[in-house]
Design a protein around this ligand. Structure first.
Ligand SMILES: *Cc1c(COP(=O)(O)O)cnc(C)c1O
Length: 423
């Protein structure tokens, strides 16, 4: 039996209707931006394996750091204990995060980072004896698949089975170009009519919605409105963090700072699942009390796993090298050239670039659903050509590992051009 055959006997895959979808491809090796399947076919990983892997597969530098940590202290509980790797991660993050972020809380994945932020926003007001229970989120947001994260997510595809079982979330429009005032008005309106605790958003780019982009000035205005009304702001940088937008964090483009930031995905360079939620001192202080009931009773068994911390430290080392920063700039420059080339194509609706993220929306006669027919046709075409891209409806985006070579990138562009001709 092939790996693929054995897989179908036992395994249940994410976001997969097993009755109608094709069997998964068994990958046996990865190096740099390349992956190989069990038959030796080569693929370019043009989405960094769901946005987690900036420095390439099987990265030796991170692997060495992990091995060293595994053979020194692989894990220790974080309740009542601490360790140097966690402290070093905190110190490193303090150097690169927006200056108002002062405390960090570890968890395991993007959803838990969001879950922690939302619980903290709600308990912050509970601890102050203020009744504020509504969370504000954007339309078509994606914040993860656990319950509070799912409640904040606006892509109905993922959440329809659970409607009516969620915490109280009110949605406002995304301030895309031309829609800014509508978004500001909606926020003011929601704040006036609900007891709002927090506003969660994906800064500048809504990833799962299909890389929907909006301007930093608009986000600054929304954050200002929240601050004036004492609504806590949560920047979900799970996708955008660690260089994707061209700066270390998307919030580095924004003149206002958030109260909390969620990090995961590229945090460990795509090696070990780990997440962090960061807070201002002011948020932390609302939990700091003689009363034990005011503490944050949230934790995960593998909180601050030292091996994950070692991977995060090695990843931050790599991100901050001149070479990696030059790679990010090279990919950005190359995307901009490709964008110019195809944005006037008769079949292209729009194309945009931010940092290493490139997105093109293909014209379509019908409303394309998330996993609709155009999406499947495009996906199958890319796979056949040995390029891993996961279109969202009629939207195709590239989010390459930063180490992707110019030749590999050219092949990705060429394949996208062919796909546009094909559909
Ligand atoms: C992927 C993602 C999440 C969820 O992260 P998981 O690790 O899949 O739980 C949350 N927020 C954003 C913005 C994401 O892109």
């Amino acid at each position: 039996m092939t790996l693929t055959e054995k897989d179908s006997q036992y395994l249940w895959h994410p976001y997969t209707q097993h009755k109608t979808s094709q069997a998964p491809i068994a990958i046996s090796k990865g190096e740099g931006a390349l992956l190989w399947d069990e038959n030796g076919k080569e693929y370019i990983d043009a989405i960094a394996s769901w946005w987690v892997n900036p420095f390439g597969h099987s990265n030796k530098f991170i692997a060495d750091a992990i091995y060293k940590q595994l053979t020194t202290l692989e894990h220790v509980l974080f309740g009542g204990f601490t360790h140097e790797p966690a402290i070093k991660v905190a110190e490193r993050l303090m150097e690169i995060l927006p200056k108002n972020q002062q405390k960090i809380f570890f968890s395991d994945n993007g959803s838990t980072a969001v879950e922690v932020a939302i619980k903290v926003a709600l308990q912050y007001f509970f601890n102050k004896n203020e009744k504020r229970t509504t969370i504000i989120a954007f339309e078509n947001a994606f914040h993860g698949d656990t319950f509070a994260a799912m409640a904040a997510s606006g892509i109905s595809f993922y959440t329809q089975a659970f409607q009516g079982m969620f915490i109280d979330v009110v949605r406002i429009p995304v301030p895309v170009k031309g829609n800014e005032q509508e978004s500001f008005d909606a926020l003011n309106n929601v704040i006036q009519n609900h007891n709002c605790a927090g506003f969660i958003f994906e800064p500048l780019v809504q990833g799962a919605a299909g890389m929907v982009m909006y301007e930093p000035e608009a986000l600054a205005t929304l954050i200002k409105i929240c601050r004036e009304n004492k609504v806590l702001t949560i920047a979900d940088e799970v996708m955008t963090g660690f260089g994707k937008t061209g700066k270390t964090f998307a919030m580095d483009y924004v003149s206002e700072n958030p109260d909390m930031i969620c990090l995961s995905k590229a945090l460990t360079g795509g090696t070990i699942p780990m997440a962090i939620t960061t807070f201002t001192q002011e948020v932390f202080d609302a939990f700091y009390d003689d009363d034990i009931n005011k503490a944050l009773f949230h934790g995960h068994t593998f909180t601050a796993n030292p091996t994950g911390c070692a991977a995060a430290l090695a990843s931050m080392d790599l991100l901050q090298t001149e070479e990696m920063q030059a790679n990010i700039e090279r990919i950005n420059a190359s995307h901009l050239i490709f964008q110019k080339k195809i944005e006037n194509h008769s079949k292209v609706f729009t194309a945009s670039t931010l940092g290493v993220i490139f997105v093109v929306e293909i014209k379509s006669d019908s409303e394309e659903s998330y996993y609709g027919s155009m999406r499947n046709k495009l996906y199958d075409f890319f796979i056949e050509k040995g390029v891993i891209l996961r279109p969202v409806g009629n939207i195709v985006y590239i989010l390459p590992p930063y180490i992707m070579t110019s030749e590999q990138l050219e092949k990705v562009y060429k394949t996208i051009e062919e796909a546009i001709e094909m559909v």
